[in-house]
Write a protein that binds this ligand. Structure first.
Ligand SMILES: Nc1ncnc2c1ncn2[C@@H]1O[C@H](COP(=O)(O)OP(=O)(O)OP(=O)(O)O)[C@@H](O)[C@H]1O
Ligand SMILES: C=C(C)CCOP(=O)(O)O
Length: 328
């Protein structure tokens, strides 16, 4: 074989050609009951730019592959993790005035992760197709996702940068995308947010005091959230999409807008809780190893008046979701 030139060596390795017989049938795709959000913390080392967390990445891909081969239909969304948050912070995208080049650089980072995920899934026989939100209007994006599902693909969307209606630059979190998809696809019954923690904890895992897992969160028709315990949360300085609190609110929105149709979960990617959440059915009742966010008509449980979550470092009782971060 002739020696490779330098430019050939720089190209990423190609996907091996799959045996034709391994390709899954394209007829009768399963109904889509599930949206999975693979958090950046379930895929990457969020402290180190452009770095995968190899064991968690493998666990995430393996879980998605197992789901697919078990015949479960789902839409996959992933976060940016260390491929996007640091760029978005550096280029001040949330300030609304990032340059086109800054937007491109941040989008390139998150699509690099998207391509890595899609490639890993294809290698395991999952017919994944990456879908970037970027400039595509929500309605068009949802039609594209629906067409991919009809053709038996697994759409893989991701948190991204976007331009608001006024042209200002903004972040569209994967968590927000989940609630948008949930509203558009009324066949969805559960949404599962997978990350590096077993669910919502009473304290940030970085604190030395022991934290307990919050197993149950209730949401009313207005999207107000009820917790039976006080919680404290933190987020990394370079996190541009609100951390675990924004995730809880996106989960609450998915549940509230479904009016009881949808149950949401936050679970650890390598935990038993992930299996419980991904395969949960209403008749299975309680889940013990993850956080379950479910619907309850307000007035059933007493509690405090809704307050602004932004002003409450410690929360207990009913409180109201903070304003959505996304512009669309
Ligand atoms: N009370 C808490 N309970 C659970 N996690 C918490 C809490 N406070 C802080 N955290 C942190 O929140 C992180 C999960 O939120 P984060 O937004 O990073 O998730 P993600 O969806 O995986 O990331 P990304 O936005 O990159 O997709 C955990 O890694 C944990 O360190
Ligand atoms: C930082 C960017 C570009 C998207 C953030 O999406 P998230 O990680 O799902 O919150």
């Amino acid at each position: 074989m002739p020696p490779s030139t330098q430019s050939e060596q720089l190209a990423p390795p190609p996907l091996p050609l799959l045996p034709v017989t391994q390709q899954p049938p394209t007829s009768s795709p399963p109904p889509v009951e599930l949206i999975v959000k693979l958090g950046g913390s379930a895929l990457t080392n969020k402290q180190k730019r452009a770095t995968l967390d190899a064991p968690r990445f493998e666990a995430s891909i393996q879980l998605m592959s197992t789901l697919y081969h078990a015949g479960v239909g789902f839409i996959l969304v992933h976060g940016a993790g260390s491929f996007g948050h640091m760029e978005a912070t550096h280029y001040q995208i949330r300030n609304g005035k990032a340059t086109p080049l800054a937007m491109s650089a941040t989008h390139a980072a998150v699509t690099q992760l998207n391509s890595t995920i899609v490639t890993a899934l294809i290698q395991r026989g999952v017919p994944a197709v990456g879908v970037s939100p970027l400039l595509v209007p929500t309605r068009v994006r949802n039609e594209f996702v629906a067409t991919l599902l009809d053709r038996a693909h697994i759409p893989v969307l991701h948190g991204d940068i976007c331009y608001g209606a006024d042209g200002r630059t903004a972040i569209l979190s994967g968590d927000t995308l989940v609630s948008t998809l949930c509203a558009a696809f009324d066949c969805v019954r559960r949404v599962v947010f997978l990350c590096d923690v077993p669910g919502l904890l009473s304290r940030p895992p970085s604190q030395s005091q022991p934290a307990h897992l919050v197993r149950r969160v209730l949401v009313n028709e207005r999207g107000d959230v009820k917790l039976d315990t006080e919680i404290q949360t933190t987020q990394a300085a370079h996190d541009v999409s609100g951390g675990i609190m924004a995730k809880l609110m996106a989960a609450a929105k998915s549940v509230a807008q479904g009016g009881g149709r949808v149950t949401a979960f936050i679970a650890g990617v390598s935990s038993e809780g992930a299996q419980q959440a991904l395969l949960w059915r209403p008749e299975r009742g309680m889940t013990s190893s993850c956080t379950r966010i479910s619907y309850e008509i307000a007035g059933g449980g007493g509690g405090n008046e809704p307050e602004s979550s932004a002003s409450m470092p410690r929360r207990r009782g009913w409180f109201r979701a903070a304003r959505d971060d996304a512009l669309r």
